[in-house]
Design a protein around this ligand. Structure first.
Ligand code: ARG
Length: 262
């Protein structure tokens, strides 16, 4: 995770971002601190990346890259605004003993914002940010199968706004945001799906972090909470509305380092 010292909405690269909407940095700092405390209480260990001036979206570490078995594939961002983040991410991962494996030039992929592990594969979203053509190279570099899902709703521009693996049987999902093939891939792979309604997905319900049996969510409508609890999960809601102004929620603010797929 990366502290929000330099967070703000300084440019517009997704439909949620409006430069005229000011971010309250003190509030953002409190919300981020609450997220850290909640994840730690659930059993997570947190590593920190130093914030950098002029890189307001560096807080969204989900987009630093994709991790598997101690290997790290840096993102190749669609938008020039975020490309300078990568140098800082690579320094961090190199310094922490990860093997860095680069995607070919010209191929776009935005890391764990789009590539989510489920059982023995990665599901990876593409269209507005990541390229369909990234999945072959990503699969070779990660040493695991990667299944593409086209994201058809521009508001849900990363897969982690539409899909949240819960354990090896269950996930929250917003199939309305996917192409027909993507829907079939997920239905075939995930035995039990909690299908989110439109308002639930637009409230960033899927952008949740799962630590053991705790689901840390930006919001949780009663219907969703009841199903999660019936499945044996504990729900923790952490307000991250300052970050929603930039189009990111709880999960976007984190990157799992202990991924081991395939
Ligand atoms: N403002 C950031 C962007 O548009 C938000 C990133 C959200 N990250 C995510 N994993 N969905 O790139």
């Amino acid at each position: 995770m990366c502290p929000p010292e330099h967070f703000g909405v300084l440019y517009e690269i997704n439909p949620w971002m409006h430069r005229e909407v000011a971010v309250d940095v003190d509030r953002a700092r409190d919300q981020w601190g609450e997220l850290v405390a909640t994840l730690v209480a659930a059993g997570a260990e947190i590593e920190l990346l130093d914030p950098q001036p002029d890189l307001p979206d560096l807080v969204f570490t989900a987009n630093a890259g994709t991790v598997n078995h101690g290997r790290y594939v840096p993102s190749r961002f669609r938008h020039t605004n975020r490309r300078p983040e990568v140098a800082f991410d690579v320094v961090w991962f190199t310094g922490h003993g990860f093997a860095v494996a680069e995607l070919p030039e010209g191929v776009r992929h935005e890391g764990a914002g789009d590539a989510l592990p489920f059982r023995n594969v990665f599901l990876s979203g593409y269209r507005s940010r990541s390229d369909a053509g990234a999945h072959g190279p990503l699969s070779s570099l990660l040493g695991a199968p990667v299944r593409p899902i086209e994201l058809v709703d521009g508001r849900l521009y990363h897969l982690d706004l539409t899909f949240c693996p819960l354990d090896d049987r269950r996930a929250m999902a917003a199939p309305h945001a996917w192409d027909a093939y993507g829907c079939r891939v997920v239905e075939a792979l995930v035995p039990e799906l909690l299908v989110l309604e439109d308002e639930e997905m637009l409230a960033f319900c899927a952008n949740s972090v799962v630590v053991g049996t705790t689901v840390v969510m930006p919001s949780c409508p009663p219907r969703v909470g009841r199903q999660l609890e019936a499945w044996g999960f504990d729900v923790e809601v952490v307000a991250v509305d300052e970050f929603l102004k930039a189009g990111g929620g709880c999960r976007c603010l984190t990157l799992a380092l202990d991924v081991a797929v395939g």
